[in-house]
Design a protein around this ligand. Structure first.
Ligand code: MRU
Length: 371
């Protein structure tokens, strides 16, 4: 496969996770539930469409959820048929509350909704309604564009780490969990950003070997990350989550990059279920374990991981969703948390767009301007 930067750019242009319909009458997303067999875009017109797309993981990954919610608010506000600012603000509040109820763990959802709210609040009552609507679209565009720049910076910092691991004649072994890639963000991904940045720095796709955890139960690693990396021409292997220990023991893995949905002030990091187990194994085998986190994912108001709300999802995702026949007895109780929290002491470093933070994280986050 071609790994030139032109090919990489073409790949990014083909996989635009969230965008706005040209006529500004819909949020346009790739329906990620259909990947990798079907690349299909769908249009979200109503608040119910947007809520359902986030809830059902048609659009997913913390930054992409934020971008979708921001464009969603701009779209909904654009449809308010009133010239009365108080009525406009009231409808905005109701829609914001509704979208905020879609998923609880990724803090980027609330961060993006609050940014849209702050934009609205900053506009004096004398601002005409068409101007208010235009400002909301502008803010959503800014959130999208900033996300590209943020993941680019994370990519450069992560690339420095993999460059140090490069030895002649052997690809750098990288493991990742879930999908913290292009499909989860506006462009480079977070955990995948070091890999795409390596291609931009002239590495061949064969200079690295990325091992994607399948990521039970919703298979984001197998369906989405492997799809992305192969399309970008990077050597890719998929393994089941319970193979991490034998894989690391074999010496194949030089470094691990994962994304995150919310980082607490002490550095505890919530990410897709299975991440904390991976970190524990990595610690055992002394494999560096990095969490890639835009600062929008760091929640200084949450003191530690025990306070991060963990989304519980339907049991049929475990027992039925991917099978021709049920794979557990009818009526069995199912435990299906969507995320777990990796303890800060298991994390080698947290890569933000402003620099790599190391323990003690509370202090490191303050140094990069988090309050
Ligand atoms: O349930 P998902 O698929 O939304 O979970 C996604 C993850 O856990 C990602 O690793 C995280 O959101 C970071 S995406 C850059």
């Amino acid at each position: 496969m071609d790994t030139s930067t032109d090919a990489l750019e073409a790949f990014f242009n083909n996989v635009i996770t969230v965008k706005v319909d040209d006529s500004h009458d819909a949020v346009d997303i790739i329906d990620q539930t259909l990947l990798p067999t079907k690349v299909k875009r769908i249009k979200l017109h109503t608040r119910e469409d947007i809520w359902e797309a986030i809830k059902k993981l048609r659009v997913r990954g913390a930054p992409a959820i934020g971008v979708c919610a921001a464009y969603g608010m701009a779209l909904l506000a654009d449809g308010y048929n009133t010239n009365n600012r108080a009525e406009f603000d009231q409808r905005f509040n109701q829609d914001k509350k509704y979208l905020a109820s879609s998923r609880p763990t990724a803090v980027n959802l609330f961060w993006a909704l609050n940014r849209m709210q702050s934009t609205l609040n900053s506009l004096p009552d004398s601002t005409s309604i068409p101007e208010v609507k235009a400002e909301l679209w502008k803010e959503a565009d800014a959130i999208q564009n900033e996300d590209v720049a943020i993941s680019k910076n994370i990519g450069e910092l992560g690339f420095n780490l993999i460059e140090e691991l490069k030895v002649e004649g052997k690809p750098v072994g990288i493991q990742t969990h879930c999908n913290a890639g292009t499909l989860a963000t506006a462009k480079y991904g977070t955990a995948t950003a070091p890999m795409y940045t390596a291609l931009e720095h002239g590495w061949a796709g064969t200079d690295m070997h990325v091992y994607c955890d399948e990521t039970r139960p919703l298979l984001q690693g197998a369906r989405l990350t492997a799809f992305e990396l192969m399309n970008a021409g990077i050597t890719t292997t998929v393994q089941c989550d319970n193979m991490a220990s034998i894989l690391m023991k074999s010496g194949a893995i030089d470094i691990i990059f994962v994304g995150c949905d919310r980082v607490a002030a002490n550095g505890d990091a919530a990410n897709k279920i299975g991440t904390s187990g991976l970190a524990i194994i990595a610690n055992h085998y002394h494999v560096p374990f990095y969490v890639c986190a835009p600062t929008s994912t760091i929640d200084m108001s949450t003191p530690d991981g025990s306070k991060i709300p963990i989304e519980m999802r339907d049991g049929d995702e475990v027992t039925e969703m991917w099978y021709k026949h049920r794979m557990a007895p009818e009526g069995v109780d199912v435990y299906n948390p969507a995320f777990d929290v990796t303890d800060a002491n298991l994390i080698t470093g947290i890569i933000t767009e402003r620099g790599i933070c190391h323990a003690p994280y509370n202090e490191a986050f303050k140094k990069i301007g988090m309050i």
